[in-house]
Write a protein that binds this ligand. Sequence first.
Ligand code: FES
Length: 142
Amino acid sequence: MAYSEKVMDHFANPRNVGELADANGIGEVGNPKCGDIMKMYIKVENGVIEDVSFKTFGCGAAIATSSMATELIKGKTVDEALKLTNKAVMEALDGLPPVKVHCSVLAEQAIKSAVSDYYRRQGIDPTPIVGELEEDCHACEI
Ligand code: FES
């Protein structure tokens, strides 16, 4: 299966790339097997994600899914961002080849990791809100 036009677009012209100087939540997830690393920066004000950016060292699908994920959570509340699933990111990209589904899991986990960091900086334990993070992408091991 080939990549959709949207995947190719977000891979070639990723949105919201780079570091966010005034981020108050930074998340990082990676997979030691494929070696891909995704870093997500969020700036939260009054419970709303005012700005978001990412840096991904990884495959094209990982870059496209992180780009789309940032677009989907920008301007949303933290609670809404936590509900973003890798499935929703894939649908927004018009699908991914089955072997690349795990890359979208990394994007979902990167958001959760950034939100966890945000809560931690506020002195709040993120685990009851965000849940346990899957630091590693299990699908990569299949
Ligand atoms: Fe893309 Fe594993 S190969 S994240």
